[in-house]
Ligand binder design. Structure first.
Ligand code: GRF
Length: 193
């Protein structure tokens, strides 16, 4: 059997999508392994989750690099290379990337976004969808390119907006689909490499 593809998950917060990827990778038939969880700030809750699961959890603290985002990314890139990482999965990584990391990982860096892209890129997706009277929301896994939340779409899941929905209720229902979609789409992606 071929070796599973080595994936690093980049997070900034609680890391529930990261956890979903970890769970998926426990299946012996899964074509990827989570070889590293990396955060840009030490308070990212997902670091402890990863550690508890026996996965290397590394913080490359952005504060050490001041405003030099590229220097921060060069440190991240070096950590990824040192571990033989083949694919990056951004999962709630809340820092805009510079062309350095985007170019270095072109075609090998995925992101998940909680909307049906190209609709509602950026922040506050659920609030904006509700305010606009949308009847449907969802989530998207896409390849990362220079534009924020742009790049070729690899998979989407649709979620109906229900009467009485609040941002929190909708976010919760979309998040359940994110977990399923990200694991399935990443598996399909690495099988095609
Ligand atoms: C998710 O909604 C993801 O789509 C967005 O940020 C959120 C991260 O949540 N990019 P979590 O840290 O994976 O729980």
């Amino acid at each position: 059997m071929t070796q599973p593809t080595k994936v690093a998950v980049l997070i900034s917060g609680r890391g529930s999508n990261m956890e979903a990827l970890l769970r998926a990778a426990q299946d012996p038939a899964c074509p990827f392994e989570i070889a590293l969880v990396l955060a840009n700030k030490p308070e990212a809750g997902g670091l402890a989750t990863a550690e508890a699961a026996g996965i290397e959890a590394l913080c490359v603290d952005q504060r050490a690099f001041g405003k030099d985002r590229e220097a921060h990314e060069r440190a991240i890139d070096a950590a990824l290379k040192a571990r033989g990482i083949q694919v990056i999965a951004l999962a709630g990584y809340m820092r805009i990337l510079t062309p350095f990391l985007v170019d270095a990982w072109e075609g090998r860096m995925l992101n998940i976004h909680p909307s049906l892209l190209p609709a509602y890129p950026g922040l506050d997706t659920h609030g904006r969808a509700l305010n606009a009277g949308e009847v449907e929301a969802g989530c998207t896994v896409h390849l990362v390119t220079a534009g924020v939340d742009e790049g070729p779409i690899l998979g989407q899941a649709r979620v109906p907006i229900l009467p009485g929905d609040t941002e929190a209720l909708l976010a919760q229902r979309v998040l359940q689909q994110e977990h399923r979609l990200y694991a399935a789409t990443l598996a399909e992606f690495v099988r095609g490499l």
